[in-house]
Structure formats: C-alpha cells, structure tokens
Write a protein that binds this ligand. Structure first.
Ligand code: NDP
Length: 338
C-alpha cells in the first residue's frame, strides 16, 4: 500500500487535498517503470497543483509532485533495472499524470535520468525542477558556443557585466545565484524580502536590490545595467529588466509569480539587440537536460545547497505548497516521503 497526497476536484469545482494511506499499485497509473520514491520537493507549480489549480492539476484525482527521486522497484524497460537510482523532473508528472508526492510512482522509462554519481537522493531532490531550470537558464545565457545543445543567442561571459537574478530567494533564484557566482559572474539578486539579504550574499550574490525597483512601469529603454538576466518573476519585473539590459545582452524567462502579462515594446530588441530566451523545463529534450544536470554536478556547492534547503515529511507538503504560493518559502523545500 502506498501513501500519497491526492488532489480531487469535484464537479462543482471544489477541491480536496488529502494524504491517502492505502493506494494500490494499479491506482498509480500507467508506466513501464515502478519507482520507490525517497524524496520529492515543493516547486511553485506544486503549490498550484496542491491548491487544485486546473492549469497545473489537469486530471482528477491527481498525485502532485513534478519531481521525484528514488529507486527502481520493477521495470519492463531494457534501460532500467531493479535498484537503479533515478530522477524524474517534469514530463507531465504531477500535472497530467501522478507525480512525486507519494511513496511510489509508475513512470515512463524515457522520463528517467540516472542519479549523478556522488549526488545523494536528498540533494537531487533539493535541486529538483527549480535547480534544473536555473541551470538551463545559465546555459541559455551563455549560449551556443559554450553549450551547443541549448538554444538562444546567449554569449554572456563573466566579466561582461552584472547579471540580475529576480525572485532571488526562491528556489530557481537561489540556485541561479549560486551557479552564476560559482562560474565567476557578478550577481545582483533582486528580492522583496530584505531579511534574506545575508542569505543571498552567502550564496554568492555581490549585492541585493529591492524588487520594488522593477515593479512600476518605466520608459521602453532604461539605463543599461545588466549583461544578462535570469528572471523567475515575469510581469512588469521582466519588462523592466529587459528595458535595462545592455546592448547584446540576454534575458531568460521561466516564471510567472509576478504575472503573465509583460508590458513590453520592441525597442530593447531592435535598438539594443537584446535576446529573450524562454525556458521550459517540462519538455526539455534529453541533450540539454543532461547538460544542465552535468553543470549542476560540476558547479553547485553542496554545502550551499544544504544551507538553502528545508526538509518536510510527506504530510508537511500541503502546508508547504500553500506557503510557496504566498511567497513565504526560502530556497528549496525537500519532501522526505519515507
Ligand atoms: P519560489 O516561490 O520558490 O520563488 C519565487 C520567488 O519570487 C519568491 O521566493 C520571491 O522571491 C519572488 N516572488 C514571489 N511572489 C512574488 C510577486 N508577487 N512578485 C514578485 N516577486 C515575487 O518559486 P520557484 O522558484 O519554484 O518558481 C519560480 C517561478 O518559476 C514560478 O513562476 C514557477 O512556476 C516558474 N518555474 C518555471 C519553470 C519552467 O520550466 N518554465 C520551472 C520551474 C519554475 P523574493 O522574496 O526574493 O523576491
């Protein structure tokens, strides 16, 4: 029997999110590999799924959790054997099919990545989709000649100028700050929570800025400040960051916590040659997926990762999901499902 968190949406639109204790393997869904999960995590999207947001929880009932880490319990795939340690990030788990907030999951063998050598399951979950997305964003800033597998014009290098990270004390932001600093970039971390300033400096940020600086509409072109931007906020914040990006700079966009409408003009693109690169971790093909994990294994300081990680038990995932939607979590939250 499997313990799992399940979100059920009734015909009248009401949502119930509960910890179930007696699910059988055939209630987990289709897949050629059964994984005994040890760890999952809480991403912003998991908060949305746990709240029953139909844009993320697209089937009902659903076990949320867009990340899982565990060991293969059974497999009919030639690629994976019992006992293999594996990771799944995205590919629809926790959205269109059951995900990681459970003791077991039935998944497609094609969605599995081997746990990198030397990385513990807890740390792989701490990285999770947020860290993987941060790494994809860094690779996209650097662009084609450093990372052939990642699209986008990029070409940003340490020494080119400051890199802005927005939503910096969140999951994507914290790992982006640490990865960029490790690679020698000068990082400016934008946060709405000044109490996290020391934390962000400890991850490697050179300075912090108040996120309010980016939240009101300005002119289409503003003083050039950024060689590159990793944005996890969207909305007006993304628009302001683009308007402040240097000639030839690159901006990556992955998030929407600050809104989905981006009030832009074409001027930063046609007068400053700024590139805007969208990041989608969910359907990211295998080559950049592996490149991102390799970058994380190479550059992410595990002591910093541990410092930015909070661990909760499976039953704590519901409260953590509500907290991330309120913008209250710091860094990464791992769910220890054992
Ligand atoms: P977190 O909640 O951990 O981080 C978001 C951070 O943004 C917060 O910590 C906060 O940082 C800041 N923030 C929160 N609310 C607001 C607001 N209303 N206006 C401005 N800033 C705000 O979430 P994640 O890091 O997990 O995800 C961040 C975003 O990236 C989400 O939108 C998520 O859906 C998206 N995402 C997209 C992926 C993709 O593949 N495209 C993959 C992973 C995530 P601070 O207090 O420091 O300002």
């Amino acid at each position: 029997m499997t313990r799992a968190i399940r979100v059920t949406r009734a015909d009248d639109g009401s949502v119930s999110t509960v910890l179930e204790t007696g699910l059988t393997d055939d209630q987990l869904g289709d897949g050629d590999v059964l994984v005994d999960i040890s760890h999952s995590g809480i991403n912003y999207k998991d908060g949305m799924a746990l709240a029953g947001n139909p844009g993320v929880a697209r089937v009902s009932p659903l076990i949320p959790g867009i990340d899982l880490v565990g060991r293969v319990a059974s497999s009919t795939s030639a690629d994976w054997s019992v006992g293999d340690q594996v990771i799944v990030n995205g590919w629809g788990i926790g959205e269109t099919r059951n995900g990681g907030l459970a003791e077991r999951a039935s998944v497609d063998s094609s969605s599995l990545v081997a746990l990198p050598a030397g990385m513990s399951p807890a740390r792989a979950a701490a990285i999770g989709t947020a860290g993987f997305t941060a790494a994809l964003s860094v690779l996209a800033l650097e662009g084609a000649d450093r990372s052939p597998a990642v699209p986008g014009s990029g070409g940003v290098r340490p020494g080119d100028g400051d890199i802005l990270v927005t939503g910096a004390s969140g999951g994507v932001g914290s790992i982006a700050v640490a990865l960029l600093a490790a690679a020698g970039y000068r990082v400016v971390a934008s946060t709405g929570r000044p109490e996290h300033r020391e934390y962000l400096l400890s991850l490697g940020a050179a300075e912090t800025v108040d996120r309010a600086e980016f939240e009101s509409a300005g002119r289409p072109l503003l003083r050039q400040r950024w060689a590159g931007v990793i944005d996890s906020v969207g909305g007006q914040t993304l628009a302001t960051a683009i308007a402040e990006t240097n000639y030839g700079g690159t901006v990556t966009a992955c998030g929407l916590v600050g809104g989905v409408d981006v009030p832009l003009t074409v001027l930063p693109f046609i007068l400053r040659g700024v590139s805007l690169v969208g990041i989608n971790s969910v359907e990211c093909p295998p080559a950049p997926r592996h490149a991102a994990w390799a970058r994380l294994a190479r550059d992410l300081d595990y002591e910093l990762l541990d410092r930015m990680t909070t661990v909760v038990p499976l039953e704590g995932a519901i409260d953590a999901g509500a907290a991330i939607l309120r913008g209250e979590l710091r860094g990464r939250t791992v769910v220890d499902v054992r």
